[in-house]
Write a protein that binds this ligand. Structure first.
Ligand SMILES: [Zn+2]
Length: 114
């Protein structure tokens, strides 16, 4: 399963429907033989929008991301060598998740929220 931002997807499909409506206007003016296809495209986009709008939802939380800040000077003094960028917890090992705040440690230095 893949979670997506349904509002953004809906916006994208509605933009496609709007372009199809512009195409329909051109068809009516210059290519009347294509009018039925343009009308069908609009119906298809509107059906997609309705399906997205009515799709079931799942509970999902945004993933908190961080990274380990390596402190060789701390390690040399016998302290933890790594610091969580999100909560500041020290660790001897650069685990995949911070054990205090739960951040997934795949963010990069300078990233927003990580
Ligand atoms: Zn943390």
């Amino acid at each position: 399963m893949r979670t997506v931002d349904a509002d953004e997807l809906l916006k994208s499909v509605r933009e496609s429907a709007k372009r199809a409506e512009e195409w329909l206007a051109d068809c009516k003016a210059y290519h009347s033989a294509m009018t039925a296809r343009a009308e069908q495209a609009i119906l298809t986009f509107n059906e997609c929008a309705l399906r997205i709008k009515n799709a079931p939802t799942v509970d999902a939380e945004p993933v908190k991301r961080g990274h380990w800040i390596y402190h060789p000077d701390w390690q040399a003094d016998g302290e933890c060598g790594y610091e969580c960028s999100e909560c500041g917890m020290g660790s001897d090992v650069d685990y995949q998740f911070c054990m205090r705040c739960g951040a997934k440690m795949d963010g990069k230095e300078g990233d927003q929220n990580g």
